[in-house]
Design a protein around this ligand. Structure first.
Ligand code: GLY
Length: 358
């Protein structure tokens, strides 16, 4: 963090120096570009890391970093990278389930409270650490969202390794999905396989994936990251909520941080993570803010295929911290747990919910 502040100052100095020189040559007065310095807080504060149910190790890592004086966003990215590396997490990074053509396409975003800046990538192929690339978009460009080939080239420019992210397990699950998609297509599956839907695939399709991690550090600064391989077997180019600031992630250093996993389209249609943070800003507890946005999503969901027997046939989960270090989570459907570490080790906690899962 100190390193990046030093870089900021150097850059401001260079820019002001350049404007002053150009001004005297061209005969105009240099105007201060008015770059606001990041809000730096230094008092020691009790840190918290909150994450989705696949984030137990991530919260542990994030807490270790902030307890050693590290920065909230560095901690968030270091935490989620554990899942991006994990071939058994079929919802994130390496080992993530591919799109309908068998290509792994990643989405990720970061947001940093002290500067209120954000970075994101979408439809990123062949680069494992979408979270780190998103952070570099924030730090090393004037942009917020970079997609597709441009995101890949940006990552390569920064030295990221190009690699095939489709593991053998993810390929098998994809093949199974293709072969069982329709009676009317070209493919056949051995009969015994049809009854025997791989448990991992069933679990993934019912529960989804993605990791969101939000961190409050000892300087009382907030940072968050959401990273995913997105909806399993999605149409090529589909982008969910994870890389969209305000939908899959939002951080406001004065109010709190929130992120989401689950059906991305529901969050895109309601600016859901932004709304969670706004509700906390109006005084709601993190859990109440998450529940309130779950209710809003339900009230606005009018598409028939998303309802079954009067109940939602999809799920969305939120994870939130306010600036005082209170945390909470809620889902539309029961059975979701989240991971949290408030300095006493990482643990799972059951999320609040609106409806019992069938
Ligand atoms: N929430 C992740 C996605 O919908 O892609």
């Amino acid at each position: 963090m100190l390193h990046s502040i030093r870089k900021w100052k150097r850059r401001d100095f260079l820019r002001n120096g350049f404007l002053a020189t150009a001004g005297s040559v061209l005969g105009f007065k240099a105007i201060n570009p008015g770059i606001a310095a990041p809000a730096i807080r230094t008092n020691k504060f009790k840190p918290v890391a909150i994450s989705s149910g696949n984030g137990l190790a991530a919260t542990e890592k994030a807490m270790e970093i902030v307890l050693n004086g590290g920065d909230c966003l560095d901690a968030a990215v270091a935490g989620v990278k554990i899942q991006e590396d994990d071939p058994d997490d079929t919802s994130v990074g390496y080992g993530g389930l591919p799109n309908e053509r068998g290509i792994v396409q990643l989405d990720a975003s970061v947001m940093y409270g002290p500067t209120h800046r954000a970075g994101a990538v979408a439809v990123l192929e062949n680069i494992r650490y979408a979270s780190e690339v998103a952070k570099l978009v924030m730090e090393r460009t004037k942009r917020v969202l970079v997609v597709g080939k441009g995101a890949f080239e940006f990552a390569r420019m920064h030295g990221f390794k190009e690699e095939n992210l489709l593991t053998e397990r993810a390929r098998q699950l994809w093949q199974y999905w293709v072969e069982n998609r329709s009676r009317f297509d070209d493919f056949l599956t051995p009969l015994e396989d049809i009854e025997n839907i791989p448990e991992q695939l069933k679990y993934h399709l019912e529960h989804g994936g993605t990791i969101n991690l939000n961190v409050l550090d000892t300087s009382r600064n907030l940072g968050g990251c959401t990273t995913t391989s997105g909806l399993a077997f999605k149409m090529p180019g589909r982008v969910g909520d994870s890389p969209i600031i305000g939908a899959g992630l939002y951080v406001d250093n004065e109010y709190g941080a929130a992120g989401s996993t689950g059906r991305g389209e529901a969050n895109l249609q309601t600016c859901a993570s932004f709304l969670v943070v706004e509700e906390m800003g109006r005084g709601s507890s993190p859990t109440d803010a998450c529940l309130s946005v779950c209710r809003r999503i339900i009230e606005r969901t009018r598409v028939s295929y998303l309802w079954r027997d009067g109940k939602p046939a999809f799920n969305v989960n939120f994870y939130a911290i306010n600036r005082n270090g209170d945390f909470g989570s809620a889902s539309i459907l029961s059975g979701t747990r989240y991971a949290v570490n408030d300095g006493n080790g990482s643990r799972f906690v059951d999320a609040a919910y609106l409806y019992e899962r069938e």
